[in-house]
Design a protein around this ligand. Sequence first.
Ligand code: NDP
Length: 247
Amino acid sequence: MTLKNKVIVITGASSGIGEASAKLLASQGAKVVLGARREDRLQSLMESIKDQGGQATYRVTDVTRPEDLVALVSLAKETYGGIDVIFNNAGIMPTSPISALKTDEWNKMIDVNLKGVLNGVAAVMPEFTKQKHGQIMTTSSVAGIKSFVGSGVYGATKFAVRNLMEVIRMESAREHTNIRTTSLYPAAINTELLQTITDSASKRGMSKLYQSVGITPDAVARVVSFAIDQPDDVNVSEFTIYPTKQG
Ligand code: NDP
């Protein structure tokens, strides 16, 4: 496997898709560097990976703070001697109709889902450019490829990161820096994400959907592993991941 021994920084590693990916990648021989805000979760995930014979470290990270991402990438270099992949996965989804004017939540989504990804990109770009090798993966959403009622701002952040990943891929090819990019577009995956919704009608609707069709985050983790495991000259750049039952 080409992912064996790769050093992989994962944001949003304390639950859901990030946690499932960290576990799977570590079990396949990758060295994972975990970032999120909840230290207790990161600590116990690191310990459970190590108990299984895997390699992991963590740092408390708020992706809205550029210096936190720089420190997380530095931790990867200090601990494992380099960095091969950043998985920009941290995100929040407080969906609501635009007419509800939850402007604080709009701004938070932009800060975490868009600026948080930019902060991750900025933290790895000097290293990836210098070493002419690297992979930037980002968890967008099916709301990043089509429009959903209630997802005006959430979808806007997810459309934006889709564009960002594709442009980085194209520019890297032009600049001969061999940076691969991958965007993931999951649909209903059962994680803690719905806890970020404060609009009661949105929460009710989403909960009903997720309870009836949602699948586990391992489904996304397997795709993450597949994308990282490709040979260096192959960039698999986009994946949708739907529950089979979701229309
Ligand atoms: P979870 O709520 O389980 O995980 C979200 C993760 O993001 C947590 O680890 C959380 O950690 C972290 N996070 C939130 N804010 C910040 C922050 N400011 N700084 C650092 N970390 C932060 O949900 P998912 O696993 O589902 O979400 C992962 C990604 O998948 C998100 O980008 C989401 O938009 C996307 N997605 C999810 C779908 C789903 O159906 N579940 C569908 C489509 C996309 P902590 O609170 O400890 O900081």
